[in-house]
Design a protein around this ligand. Structure first.
Ligand code: OGA
Ligand code: MN
Length: 234
């Protein structure tokens, strides 16, 4: 299994929610909303959660349109694996094109960030995870692109605690492929179809997963809730 994953956001673009004011205009829901409580309970009980109806349909469509627009304008770039100076594009490992999100650019994106902020608060209240920020990017997998089995954590950086993927694909059918395959305990594989509006949340360091190739463009917003880095004093 690969333990590398993940390009990190370029240093000049800070993609984190570090000030509440940035996402104040976004959509938020109370942290004790039943939908959020279900996710938190699932995470506690099994380390992952799937909510087929999470994003409102109108928001899913707006985000899909935004992703297509950015792609057409050439703003999505091939994702890299690794971190720092070892970061490189390797299509044999992952073939998606991404763009990191910034708060305050587009209302639809802020609404998504607001929902993720509500989820962050809900997880902290009930699971005491100490999640401090959230980083996320649009991802577009062209037909045939995939992401081999991996964990969403760097060897030298364990800040990523919880991964969250929302899918933005209309009329997606099983024959289109593009499943997220999660490798759960007891040798169980669990496949999620990337249907628009669906949210999958899982513990970044514990659930190996992979993205299977699809026959059409596969769109998502993928993000990570992070805790503070542990300082080592010597
Ligand atoms: C990732 C990832 C899963 C998906 O970007 O690290 O595993 O279903 N994405 O898109
Ligand atoms: Mn991943």
């Amino acid at each position: 299994m690969l333990r590398l994953n993940i390009s990190t956001p370029p240093a000049r673009r800070s993609c984190r929610i570090f000030r509440r004011v940035d996402i104040m205009r976004g959509m938020q829901i109370p942290s004790d909303h039943p939908l959020l409580l279900r996710i938190v309970d699932d995470l506690y009980a099994q380390g992952w959660s799937q909510q087929n109806i999470f994003l409102p349909e109108a928001l899913t469509l707006e985000l899909a349109a935004e992703c297509h627009k950015r792609s057409a304008e050439g703003e999505l770039t091939p994702a890299a694996v690794g971190r720092g100076i070892t970061q490189e594009v390797r299509e044999g490992i992952r073939g998606d094109h991404i763009q990191w999100l910034e708060p305050g650019e587009v209302l639809a994106c802020d609404n998504y960030l607001g929902l993720m902020e509500s989820l962050r608060i809900a997880m902290n209240r009930r699971l005491f995870l100490g999640l401090e920020d959230f980083e996320s990017h649009f991802a577009l997998y062209p037909p045939g692109a995939f992401y081999l089995k991996h964990l969403d954590r760097f060897r030298d950086d364990d800040r990523r605690m919880v991964s969250a993927v929302v899918y933005l694909n209309q009329a997606w059918l099983p024959e289109h492929g593009g499943h997220l395959r999660m490798y759960l305990d007891d040798n169980v594989d669990y496949d999620v179809l990337p249907v628009g509006g669906c949210l999958v949340v899982f513990l970044s360091g514990e659930i190996p997963h992979e993205v299977m190739p699809a026959t059409r463009d596969r769109l998502s917003l993928t993000g990570w809730f992070r805790r503070r880095a542990t300082e080592v004093f010597v």
